[in-house]
Design a protein around this ligand. Structure first.
Ligand code: IPM
Ligand code: MG
Length: 361
C-alpha cells in the first residue's frame, strides 16, 4: 500500500489502557501480515489529560484527530468528570461533534460457542445517529439543550434535522445493500409526532429511492421487545441518537455480552473505533478486562478505511481480525474471565496476534 495511515490512539480511562494495549498488539500483527504502513500517534484524554493539561479533552486532541486518518478511542469515565467549566468534557461527544461522526455503526450478532441468553441466533447492525437527538451537548449552536426556567422545572430539547435524518438512513441503506437488504426505521412517532415525523419523512424518501431494499418502521418499545422475542427478523436498524444508544446495548447483551460489542463512529471524512462499553474502573489494572469490543472496533476501522480508500489489504486485515476474534471466542479456553475463560487481557490480545501471524499470506 502506498501512503501511510496515521491512526491517533486515545487509550481512555479505567480498563482503557490495558484493552488498548491488547488491541494495538493485534493491530501490529495485522500490519505485519497484510503490509499496512500504519503510523500510530497517541494523546491523553480523560483523567490523564485533566491532570496533565486541565481538560479531559485538550484542544490539541481535537486538532490531532482532524489531521489523522482514523482514531482509536478507549472507554472513558466521563460520568465522573468535573463540570465542563472545570475541564470535564466528554471525549466521545467532542469527537462525534467535531469530526461530524454522524453514523455510529453497532453490529450485534451471536457467535458459535457463545449462546445468546435467549438461545436465539441473530446477526443485526444498528445504525445510530450520533450528532443530534436528545443529547443536550449537541442540540444548540450556542447554549445547552437542557435548562431550568425555575429551580423546580427542567426542560430538555430534542434536535432532529432533515439532513441529519437523511444521511443516517442513507448510511443504513448502504449497509443493507451488502447484507440481507432490509432496513427497519425505529422511532416513537406516535408520541413525538413532529420530531420523529420529520425523521420518518426523510427515511421514507431514502426508502423510495432504494426500492431493492425492504423497508419497515417500528415503534421503539415494540423494537425493544422484538429484540428479545425475535431478533432474527432484523438486518439493519436505523434510529435516532438516544434510542440507538439504548437498543445497541440491549442487542449486544442479547448477542452474548456487551463486552463483545464493536462499534465505529463514522462520518464522510473521518472515523473512530470505539468500544461500546464503559471504562469499568472496578477491574482496571487487574488484566481481567475483555478487549474483544475494542479489537472488533479496530477491525471495523480498518475495513472502513479499506472501503473508502479502495485498499484491499485494509479490508482483508479487518475481516481477518474479525474471523480470528470469532475463533478465539468460540472456545472457552481462549476467552477472558467475563466469558468463563482463563485468559487475561494481554494474553487474549497476544493469542489473537499469534493467530494472525500464523495466517501469514
Ligand atoms: C455510548 C455511550 C455514550 C453515549 C456516553 C458515554 C455519553 O453510552 O457511546 O453508547 O451515550 O453516547
Ligand atoms: Mg451507550
Amino acid at each position: 500500500m502506498s501512503d501511510d495511515l496515521t491512526l491517533l490512539v486515545l487509550e481512555g480511562d479505567g480498563i482503557g489502557p490495558e484493552i488498548t494495549a491488547a488491541a494495538l498488539d493485534v493491530l501490529r500483527a495485522a500490519e505485519e501480515v497484510f503490509g499496512l504502513p500504519i503510523t500510530l500517534t497517541s494523546a491523553k484524554v480523560g483523567w490523564a489529560a485533566l491532570e496533565a493539561e486541565g481538560s479531559t479533552f485538550p484542544e490539541s486532541v481535537g486538532e490531532a484527530a482532524l489531521a489523522a486518518d482514523g482514531v482509536i478511542l478507549g472507554p472513558i469515565s466521563h460520568n465522573d468528570y468535573p463540570p465542563k467549566e472545570e475541564g470535564g468534557l466528554n471525549p466521545s461527544g467532542e469527537m462525534r461533534k467535531r469530526l461530524d461522526l454522524y453514523a455510529n455503526i453497532r453490529p450485534a450478532r451471536t457467535r458459535a460457542g457463545l449462546p445468546s441468553p435467549t438461545g436465539k441466533t441473530f446477526d443485526l447492525v444498528i445504525a445510530r445517529e450520533n450528532t443530534e437527538g436528545f443529547y443536550a451537548d449537541r442540540t444548540m449552536f450556542l447554549g445547552n439543550g437542557e435548562f431550568m426556567p425555575t429551580p423546580d422545572l427542567a426542560l430538555a430539547v430534542r434536535k432532529i434535522t432533515r439532513e441529519g435524518s437523511r444521511r443516517i438512513v442513507q448510511a443504513a441503506f448502504d449497509l443493507a445493500k451488502n447484507r440481507r437488504k432490509k432496513v427497519t426505521a425505529v422511532h416513537k412517532g406516535n408520541v413525538l409526532r413532529v420530531s420523529d415525523g420529520l425523521f420518518l419523512e426523510e427515511a421514507r424518501k431514502v426508502a423510495s429511492a432504494n426500492p431493492e431494499i425492504e423497508y419497515e418502521e417500528q415503534i421503539v418499545d415494540a423494537a425493544a421487545a422484538l429484540l428479545v422475542r425475535a431478533p432474527e427478523r432484523y438486518d439493519v436498524l436505523v434510529t435516532t441518537n438516544m434510542f440507538g444508544d439504548i437498543l445497541s446495548d440491549e442487542a449486544s447483551e442479547l448477542s452474548g455480552s456487551l463486552g463483545l460489542a464493536a462499534s465505529i463512529n463514522a462520518g464522510d471524512a473521518h472515523a473512530m473505533a470505539q468500544a461500546q462499553h464503559g471504562s469499568a474502573p472496578d477491574i482496571a489494572g487487574q488484566d481481567k478486562a475483555n478487549p474483544a469490543s475494542l479489537i472488533g472496533s479496530v477491525a471495523m476501522l480498518l475495513s472502513w478505511l479499506g472501503e473508502r480508500r479502495d485498499v484491499a489489504a485494509l479490508r482483508e486485515a479487518g475481516m481477518a481480525m474479525e474471523r480470528e476474534l470469532d475463533e478465539l471466542l468460540a472456545v472457552p479456553d481462549t476467552r477472558t474471565p467475563d466469558l468463563g475463560g482463563p485468559l487475561g487481557t494481554a494474553a487474549f490480545g497476544a493469542a489473537l496476534a499469534a493467530r494472525l501471524r500464523g495466517r501469514r499470506r
